[in-house]
Design a binder for this molecule. Sequence first.
Ligand code: NI
Length: 160
Amino acid sequence: MAIRRIRFIGDDILKKKCKPVTKMTPATKELIEDLFDTMYEAKGVGLAAPQVGILRRICVVDVMDDDPIVLINPEVLETSGEQTDDEGCLSVPGKVAEVTRPNYVKVSSLDMDMNPVIYEGEGLRARAMLHEMDHLDGILYGERASEPYRDLEEEEEWEE
Ligand code: NI
C-alpha cells in the first residue's frame, strides 16, 4: 500500500491526454492499488492516474455503494438523462462548482486481466465515472461547470 502525491490544478500534467494501457504489468497493478489507497486516504470518490502524475488511461471510482470499480481504457457507450449538482475534485482542493452531466452512463472498459467489461452508473456513480474519465483527456470539471469555482463550505464537504 502506498499513498501517492496528488497533483493540483495549475500542474500541466492535469491538462494532458493519457495514453492507453496496452498490457497489465506488475507496475500497473501497483498503480491501481495505489490509486485506491490514495483516493480513500483523501476521502475522495474517484481518482484518475494523471492526478498522481501517470499519463495512462486508468481511473478508480468508489461512491460508497459497495461496488468500487477500476476503469482501464474506458469509453462511453451510452448516456441518458441529466443531473445538476455541485462537484468537487481532489486536484482542486476546497472548491466546488455546479456541473450538469448525464444521469446514466454505460461504459466499456478492461478488467484487471485486460478482458472487456461493461460498467453502468446512475446518479453520483455516473457523475464520478464521467468526471474521472474527463481527467484522462486532460479535462477538469471547471471546464464543464456553469459557474466559476466556489469555496467549499465545511459542512457540505465531499470531493471526488
Ligand atoms: Ni477530479
